[in-house]
Design a protein around this ligand. Structure first.
Ligand SMILES: C[S@@+](CC[C@H](N)C(=O)[O-])C[C@H]1O[C@@H](n2cnc3c(N)ncnc32)[C@H](O)[C@@H]1O
Length: 204
């Protein structure tokens, strides 16, 4: 297992290299500029860049989940155009990186940029997802108090627990609050317990 600081630095370098190769920021700017039908909310939601996922990737490295050949199956909730799945889908430790979002427009954009696995679905229930298949579920800026009704947050955490294989990992990446504390009762009810945390400043 890698040390925390080493994982952060490795994650930072990997994401920066991908962003440069991919031209991620330019793609988003061009998409926003060229789509006259895009609403303000859609334009804000599109602002997802490889660096956004620095804490999540550092955690995956820290927990040694991306070992080459590990065949990990990752589900990203609220993935928008799925840039982190596009990064993960070519990782030698990943067999599936599935981007789930309500927005068909965002997923189509991601697919036009090379995203290989996408599903339009509601993360609250994940009715379309079978149980016990995911090694990792990632929720970034999705499990936010006030964003959904409290009952939906609890339903989503239950659905995450259902979709994860036994021993699977839910990564909650949030900004400016402590999800483990804020969602402690819901996490316990869903049968989930904290195993690791990464705290860092990163682009959001
Ligand atoms: C990550 S969330 C951003 C939430 C942000 N914290 C806010 O307050 O607006 C944005 C992404 O999640 C997606 N999303 C929102 N609700 C969703 C749901 N119930 N199921 C799946 N995706 C959802 C949106 O389409 C968008 O791509």
């Amino acid at each position: 297992m890698a040390d925390g600081a080493g994982s952060l630095e490795r994650a930072r370098a990997l994401l920066a290299a991908f962003a440069e190769r991919d031209g991620s920021a330019g793609r988003v700017v061009a998409a926003v500029a060229s789509d006259r039908g895009l609403g303000y909310r859609d334009a804000v939601d599109l602002q997802k860049f490889p660096e956004t996922y620095l804490p999540a990737l550092a955690l995956l490295l820290d927990l040694d989940l991306l070992r080459p050949g590990a065949g990990r199956r990752v589900l990203h909730l609220g993935a928008n155009h799925g840039v982190f799945c596009r990064f993960l889908q070519d990782d030698p430790g990943v067999s599936l990186a599935l981007a789930l979002d309500l927005s068909r427009r965002a997923l189509r954009l991601g697919c036009s940029w090379g995203l290989r696995a996408a599903v339009q679905a509601d993360a609250v229930a994940m009715a379309a997802c079978r149980s016990g298949w995911a090694d990792v579920v990632l929720a970034e800026s999705l499990l936010v108090p006030g964003y959904w009704p409290a009952a939906d947050l609890a339903r989503c955490l239950d659905a995450c627990a259902r979709v994860l294989r036994p021993g699977g990992i839910l990564i909650i990446q949030e900004w400016g609050f402590d999800p483990a504390r804020v969602f402690a009762p819901e996490l316990t009810d869903a049968g989930l317990r904290e195993v690791r945390r990464v705290t860092t400043a990163a682009l959001t």
